[in-house]
Design a protein around this ligand. Structure first.
Ligand SMILES: [Fe+2]
Length: 508
């Protein structure tokens, strides 16, 4: 906003000749109040995002964008103009192409006499590139009322090459005026309400800083639409859920740095996909919500949603045909596993390792108590996924997740009942940015029943920071000391490592 006073004066004078008194005010209202973001990088391009803010925006606003090799914007790599339209919440999805692989760039926008903050982004390496080192962070579950975003401040302070956001970017619940900080409005069910909720979240300066510092890849989980929904079934089985999902998906697209091609059609949008980070890693992203079968055995008196039944009371859990990803996505995933890359990173929403609250085997019979919304609610589908991964001989498989509001580091097995059964993959299910976790005591009690868990802490908030090299993955749990404070220190909550040639997690 350096040369703005003179510039906006000129604009104001020009505008007042055409529409007296109107744009004069427009120049004073922040037009880039939700920051800037970039994402969905490829070797040739990246998506640049912003959304214009403030009242009295015309139905269509031309927005100039530029991408440069340097922070001073003296060496421009690409520039263009996009139209921000009222029917897309004045969002901008600019897609420069023909960029160089594995390069850092700076970008910014200009509209209505104002200039946005400058963002940093990065393209992916070329398909055949040998990459020696790739840094990324995973994050999920940033319930606004539950805390401040010190975790994002920490990410912005040492930017990774890529941020993987694994779901629950917003929460749909009605604003709580007694909370630490509060959003606007009731439970989000229509497009204006979802748009307002994203605007509330995206006003946060630390979240904006994290977006402006690295490209993101985002997938959604349930709360971007509604808690525990399954396919076209709302948790409350409300008759209008299809329209609600359409509004939720539309608002998600409007507010994230994802391509125009991802724009939903009605209640449908494809967000699963894959990205190769040179020859080092294939990153596969999944959608565990849109195509899933409904959770079995809901709580008594409730039409849907998740529960913690005993297996003995809910034998339906074991029905092998039930699916979390849907048949089509399952088949697609089976063809994504790579032998040509050193690592296969599976970026999905929730905990994959079995996590029984009680003994999983009693008097010679399968038993246990399981959460029905995660992979434990779809054990047949989990087994199909892992067997497909083994059959494809996927190299260096690592599963990344979120959703459970706790740090869970685990070894993945096809058969958890076979204590000597092979470890087939490693899992880092990261904790929430802010969303409260359950009681740690419950997790401590279930540890003996789940010896494949190396770390299980629901009393930690933060992100996970990874360094990936051809032979080794290192993970550091970044833990916020006090999520109620924006200036909270952030410390290491533990370091783990995986050797490329040997699935399974070690302490580092
Ligand atoms: Fe969550």
């Amino acid at each position: 906003m350096r040369d703005l006073p003179r510039r906006s004066l000129l604009l104001a004078v020009a505008a007042s000749l055409a529409t007296p008194g109107r744009i004069v005010r427009a120049a004073d209202v922040p037009r880039f109040g939700l920051g800037v973001a970039s994402g969905t990088p490829t070797a040739q391009g990246v998506v640049l995002w912003t959304r214009l803010t403030g009242d009295e925006l015309p139905a269509e606003v031309p927005v100039q964008w530029e991408l440069a090799h340097d922070e001073a914007f003296t060496r421009i790599a690409a520039r263009g103009t996009e139209t921000a339209r009222a029917d897309e919440a004045h969002s901008v999805h600019a897609e420069p192409r023909g960029l160089e692989p594995a390069r850092g760039y700076w970008y910014r926008f200009q509209a209505l006499g104002q200039r946005s903050a400058t963002g940093r982004t990065r393209t992916a390496p070329g398909p055949g590139d040998e990459v020696r080192r790739f840094t990324f962070a995973t994050a999920s579950c940033q319930r606004y009322e539950h805390g401040h975003y010190a975790a994002w401040r920490d990410v912005a302070g040492s930017p990774p090459d890529l941020v993987l956001f694994l779901g629950d970017y917003i929460y749909e619940y009605a604003a709580n005026p007694r909370a630490l900080r509060t959003t606007h409005g009731g439970r989000t069910e229509d497009l204006p309400a979802y748009r307002q909720r994203y605007a509330d979240y995206k006003a946060d300066p630390h979240l904006q800083a994290a977006h402006a510092t690295a490209p993101w890849i985002l997938i959604w989980d349930d709360h971007e639409a509604e808690n525990d929904y399954a396919g076209l079934l709302g948790e409350r089985r409300q008759p209008n859920f299809e329209a609600q999902r359409a509004a939720a998906y539309r608002a998600w697209w409007e507010h994230q740095p994802v391509p125009r091609a991802m724009k939903p059609v009605g209640p449908d949008a494809r967000i699963h996909g894959s990205l190769d980070w040179g020859r080092l890693a294939r990153i596969v992203t999944l959608d565990d919500r849109q195509y899933r079968d409904a959770q079995v055995c809901p709580r008594p008196g409730r039409p849907g949603g998740s529960a913690f039944p005993m297996l003995a009371d809910c034998p339906q859990l074991l029905e092998p045909a039930r699916t979390l990803l849907g048949r089509e996505q399952e088949a697609w995933l089976a063809g994504q596993w790579s032998r040509e890359h050193r690592w296969n990173l599976l970026a999905q929403q929730t905990l994959m390792a079995r996590c029984s609250r009680t003994a999983p085997w009693v008097e010679g019979k399968r038993a246990g108590q399981y959460w029905t919304d995660g992979w434990d609610g779809y054990p047949g589908a989990r087994e199909r996924l892992l067997r497909g991964m083994i059959e494809a001989r996927a190299a260096g498989p690592v599963v990344l997740g979120g959703d459970v509001h706790g740090n869970f580091v685990a070894d993945l097995k096809v058969d958890y009942d076979d204590e000597r059964g092979a470890v087939v993959a490693s899992e880092f299910c990261g904790t929430s940015i802010t969303s409260d976790g359950g009681p740690q005591r419950l997790v401590d009690e279930l540890r003996p029943h789940n010896p494949h868990l190396h770390h299980a802490r629901v009393d930690e908030r933060g992100t996970t920071r990874f360094v990936l090299e051809p032979g080794r993955l290192q993970a550091e749990l970044r833990v916020v000391e006090d999520p109620k404070r924006a200036d909270s220190p952030v410390r290491s909550g533990g370091r783990y490592a995986v050797e490329q040639a040997k699935p399974g997690v070690q302490r580092a």
